[in-house]
Ligand binder design. Structure first.
Ligand code: PEP
Length: 256
């Protein structure tokens, strides 16, 4: 079943007390969700246990990590494996966020390994893709995103793909206040779905949730989520303010 999803990526923000207060406020204002809707919170690793404890009895609310290591265990100082995250109760992990690609030199090949490590551990993957402004200006975005999917996901079989969510996040729209237009988002989401059809067939493609990310706010979420192939959003800045995040969740619930 294709789910509508709003996922909040806190990045490296909020201390434990602030995180606790934010989650408590979100939960107190959360509209009721159905089986086909998911709210996901991706706090910094340090918050993981606390956020899981806070959300554990709220249906259709899950905790994600912002990344995971590609190995199960070993001499990787400072890293956290997918098996550890699974053991702690983490349900999803982001893989391939543009900030990880840029600041931690994560390339498509490494992201393929991280994706497999997460799935092997039983964690679903929110795979982030998206082009830079240069690539958009050169009108190469469709090929570029297709290549990201091919090199990081297409080693998976159709069954494994049912545990993948794709987040299209044009880099030029992340944290910049510059949003892709609803038409630009829909066009790319349709393209991504057509790439999935070519690789895996209609059933897998139609069941894959594709989220939009990049300066999505309560004020523009309804317009963005109206796109036929837009199944919700991956939210950065607006996920740090309860009322803003709730507004986006309400837009997701109201969409189509
Ligand atoms: C993100 O970092 O995934 C993101 C979409 O950020 P923002 O909403 O702040 O643009």
């Amino acid at each position: 079943m294709r789910k509508k999803i709003v996922a909040g990526n806190w990045k490296m923000n909020l201390n434990l007390g602030e995180g606790y207060t934010l989650v408590a406020e979100i939960l107190s204002k959360l509209p009721s969700l159905s089986e086909s809707q998911q709210v996901i919170i991706a706090p910094p690793f340090l918050h993981t246990q606390q956020t899981i404890t806070q959300t554990q009895y709220t249906p259709f609310v899950s905790v994600a990590s912002q990344t995971c290591h590609h190995e199960t265990s070993g001499a990787f100082t400072g890293e956290i494996s997918a098996t550890m995250l699974k053991d702690a109760g983490v349900r999803y992990t982001l893989v391939g966020h543009s900030e990880r690609r840029a600041f931690n030199s994560e390339d498509n090949a490494l992201l393929a390994k991280k994706t497999s490590a997460a799935l092997d551990a039983g964690i679903d993957v929110i795979f982030c893709c998206g082009e830079s402004l240069d690539i958009r200006d050169a009108e190469q975005q469709n090929d570029y995103v297709a290549q990201q999917l091919k090199e990081s996901l297409f080693h998976l079989d159709a069954k494994a793909m049912s545990n993948i969510v794709i987040a299209y996040e044009p880099i030029w729209a992340i944290g910049t206040g510059r949003t892709a237009s609803a038409q630009q988002a829909q066009d790319m989401h349709q393209h991504i779905r057509s790439v999935l059809v070519a690789q895996y067939g209609q059933e897998v493609a139609q069941n894959t949730s594709i989220l939009y990310g990049g300066s999505c706010k309560a004020s523009n979420a309804a317009e963005l989520f109206a796109g036929e192939d837009v199944d919700g959003g991956l939210i950065g800045g607006a996920a740090l303010v309860a009322d803003d995040f709730i507004g986006i969740i309400k837009a997701m619930i109201a969409a189509k």
